[in-house]
Design a protein around this ligand. Structure first.
Ligand SMILES: Cc1ncc(COP(=O)(O)O)c(C=O)c1O
Length: 373
């Protein structure tokens, strides 16, 4: 038996949509009906008015930062525990990202640490709803209001997660999603920005397609990007959107199974669901502690040998060698993230995992860690 970390959930709905797009020859980022249908449908799902689909979560983040007018000499406060795409988006614009440490349980941005890092140059906060658990958004929105900052939500891993009943991505000024193949819903590669702000979405739409001129097409209005999602990808997205609730339900069932069978196991910390949260458990993340701390690599290798694929947690910004070498970040600036990240890994969490496979994963995991203790 081999159980992968995840596999996308695709069926004849996506196949038929893609076939339709190809048959009609509507394959670009400007042609066809699947694109507007996906943008409108997904924005509505997030509880906001507008969506602009792009070709990745990374480009969604860059587009958001650029459309908000963030550039050289600006600072942006960013959750340190994330995929580095979140930080790259700020760096692409020549602005300076300032890492903020994480909470030890959710690994999300620690809202108590934000205000101390605000300067006259700070323009925005980027929060990341890590592994599907929503960030505590009320303090974020209060701080942003008080200091006149934009809030960008990186919801790449948290489609459908809710904060006090509100779908994430639609709470801040702009939300960014990824539809990479391992995400809650996928278009292979892809992304989207969502917002209630008409002016902002118009700026995003302009910038994501080379900022072509109004009257004279090739007299460009700004330094634009080529970040379009194709109608072919949107055809997949429209199919996926129909299944999103089913996918989330399954993710939560998988999490329930792991929690039921792994609670009480010594020296591991399981994911939480705070009282304000509806966690979509994108991936079931575990932290090793006590006698297991420092043994992640050997654990992962042994699990893989036995047919269970796992993946290690992100390396936080303040531990990234390229930035440490450049001297643009200090290693000890986020001690909680530094102390935890190398002990984090996630278990297979694909929606098609069977009960037999779940039992197999739990059995292998317990046996391997017992041998390591
Ligand atoms: C938190 C987070 N932000 C951004 C990204 C970038 O998305 P993409 O891979 O679609 O560019 C990812 C994921 O892969 C992610 O997990």
């Amino acid at each position: 038996m081999f159980v992968p970390v995840s596999k996308p959930f695709l069926d004849e709905v996506e196949i038929n949509n893609v076939t339709e797009a190809i048959t009609k020859k509507d394959i670009s980022g400007l042609a066809g009906t699947f694109l507007p249908e996906f943008e409108e449908g997904f924005a509505r799902y997030c509880g906001v008015k507008y969506g602009a689909a792009v070709n990745s979560g990374t480009t969604a983040l860059h587009l958001a930062v650029a459309a908000l007018g963030i550039g050289k000499d600006d600072e942006v406060l960013v959750a340190t525990m994330t995929n580095m795409a979140t930080f790259f988006a700020v760096l692409y614009q020549g602005a300076k990202p300032i890492p903020i440490d994480c909470e030890p349980d959710t690994l999300n941005i620690d809202t108590k640490l934000i205000e101390a890092k605000i300067t006259s140059r700070t323009k925005a906060i980027i929060v990341v709803h890590l592994y599907g658990h929503p960030v505590d958004m009320d303090p974020i929105m209060e701080i942003a209001k008080k200091h006149n900052l934009f809030v960008i939500e990186d919801a790449a891993e948290a489609h459908g997660a809710k904060y006090k009943g509100k779908v994430v991505g639609g709470i801040g000024h702009i939300g960014c999603f990824s539809f990479y193949s391992n995400k809650i819903i996928t278009t292979g590669e892809g992304g989207m920005v969502v917002t209630d702000d008409k002016e902002l979405i118009e700026k995003c739409r302009l910038l994501k397609n080379l900022a072509f001129g109004d009257k004279d097409k090739f007299m460009h209005q700004a330094l634009g990007f080529k970040y379009q999602m194709t109608n072919l990808q949107a055809a997949v997205g429209v199919g996926q959107l129909k299944k999103i609730e089913k996918i989330i339900e399954r993710k939560r069932e998988i999490a329930d199974y792991y929690i039921k069978h792994l609670s009480g196991v010594k020296d591991i910390i399981l994911p939480v669901e705070k009282p304000y949260a509806y966690n979509v458990y994108w991936m079931f993340n575990i932290l090793l502690t006590g006698s297991l701390s420092g043994k992640r690599q050997v654990l992962m290798s042994k699990l893989l040998e036995g047919g269970v694929q796992t993946r290690e947690d992100f390396v936080p910004y303040n531990e990234q060698e390229i930035f440490l070498k450049e001297g643009i970040v200090e290693k000890d600036s986020c001690p909680v993230a530094s102390s935890l990240y190398s002990d984090g890994l996630y278990l297979p969490s694909g929606t098609d995992i069977t009960e037999e496979e779940l039992a197999f994963v739990v059995d292998r995991f317990i046996k391997v860690i017992d041998n390591l203790k």
